[in-house]
Design a binder for this molecule. Structure first.
Ligand code: UD1
Length: 367
């Protein structure tokens, strides 16, 4: 038997863990336990994804909630240590780059439990991003590093990680996307929001570097103001950004943009429906850069760098930074019919979870 603790905490983790859990179910020799740290806790940031993705209810819920980085990371560590001692797992599986990923890795490795990191090796080379610190530490401590692209393999090797720890398996998020695409197309979200196909832009915006700084948030809002004069924009607003808009007294500015439609955060299926039918996506999230490349939807990334360069090199992604003029120029370019044509990266084929679980079983039997 191999007992695995699968860690989730924040919104982008759920779609990554779902196909791995499905795959693990096929093997009776795997005992798979879901641990939810509670980093995200609102229904619309967490519960809805469990329903949409048929994820089993968490076996263990740590309920840590929000806090500063140190507070949140420390709370997860304290609670998770108790879980390991009680459960005595053979393996801890973490995904992505959130604080839950880092915290559970640190605790696990000190109790000599091997760590599998899914989505290893991505680097923005920008250490002001909390996620970059989480990625660096998790990868340096992991035993099995599963990567989505060759450049991630190169990053890991450059950091001195032995090749035998690195496994290029493809992208689990694309496994989920393929599994739920048909269902998403049938969702009613377009009608509910009174939208027409390819007649709106889908926006997400929540990076601390963009929204915690008043000047950069205003620059971005100025660009949105210009763009929404030409095309409707849908913005499911993240709680962090909502807080900042209030704090910086920018509510009137937003309200005056009549074609910028704010909604609460949206679940996986309805959001995928909006993405598929959008004219283009504007975002500062990581996952969306990959999903749009896979779906061949243009994506403008409101950041100066990306840890997912394959999406700009061969995909549909363009980095536009936070300069108002640049954001507007690239948006108009797409609206004028100049769409960047992309290719799908190797092994983004819906079978990444299959490869991951097979490798974990093989390695477990060898050891
Ligand atoms: C976290 C991840 C980020 C990921 C994002 C997706 C880290 C360091 N960051 O950032 O990589 O892209 O999730 O959403 O792990 N809040 C709520 N309800 C919730 C969760 C949060 O209202 O369910 C509010 C709280 O006020 C909190 C703020 O949002 O202080 C930020 O949440 P937090 O988890 O600290 O960071 P995110 O910005 O969500």
């Amino acid at each position: 038997m191999m007992k695995v603790l699968n860690i989730v905490g924040a919104r982008p983790n759920f779609m990554k863990i779902a196909p791995i859990m499905e795959e693990m179910k096929k093997y009776p020799q795997i005992e798979s336990v879901v641990v939810h740290t509670g980093q995200h806790y609102d229904d619309e940031m967490s519960n809805i994804f469990f329903k949409d993705l048929n994820l089993p209810k968490p076996d263990i819920y740590l309920g840590v909630g929000s806090g500063t980085h140190a507070e949140q990371t420390a709370k997860i560590m304290i609670e998770f240590e108790k879980v390991i001692v009680k459960e005595t797992p053979d393996l801890i599986l973490v995904v992505g780059d959130v604080n839950s990923t880092l915290a559970c890795t640190l605790v696990g490795v000190k109790l000599n439990i091997p760590i599998a990191h899914v989505e290893a090796g991505l680097r923005s080379f920008d250490r002001t991003m909390p996620e970059e610190i989480n990625r660096l530490v998790t990868d340096s401590l992991g035993t099995y590093l599963f990567t989505t692209c060759q450049d991630a393999n190169e990053n890991l090797k450059r950091e001195g990680i032995p090749e035998e720890k690195i496994f290029f398996v493809g992208n689990v998020m694309i496994d989920t996307l393929l599994r739920y695409k048909e269902k998403a197309i049938l969702s009613n979200s377009l009608n509910e929001l009174n939208l027409k196909e390819k007649n709106f832009v889908l926006l997400t915006l929540h990076r601390p570097g963009n929204v915690d700084n008043e000047d950069s948030l205003i620059n971005i809002l100025d660009a949105l103001d210009e763009i929404q004069q030409t095309i409707k924009m849908i913005y499911p607003i993240h709680p962090r950004t909502k807080k900042r808009i209030k704090e910086f007294n920018l509510e009137d500015k937003i309200q005056n943009m009549r074609n910028l439609i704010l909604t609460a955060p949206i679940g996986y299926i309805d959001f995928l429906n909006l993405m598929i039918h959008s004219k283009f996506v504007m975002t500062d999230s990581g996952g969306l850069q990959e999903e749009t490349t896979f779906l061949n939807i243009p994506c403008l990334t409101i950041r100066g760098n990306t840890e997912r360069p394959i999406t700009t090199e061969i995909g549909t992604n363009i980095l536009v930074g936070t300069d108002t003029k640049k954001i507007v120029k690239e948006s108009m370019n797409i609206l004028n019919g100049n769409k960047k044509v992309g290719k799908i990266p190797p092994l983004w084929d819906g079978r990444a979870s299959e490869r991951i679980v097979r490798i974990l079983l093989e390695e477990n039997y060898e050891s």
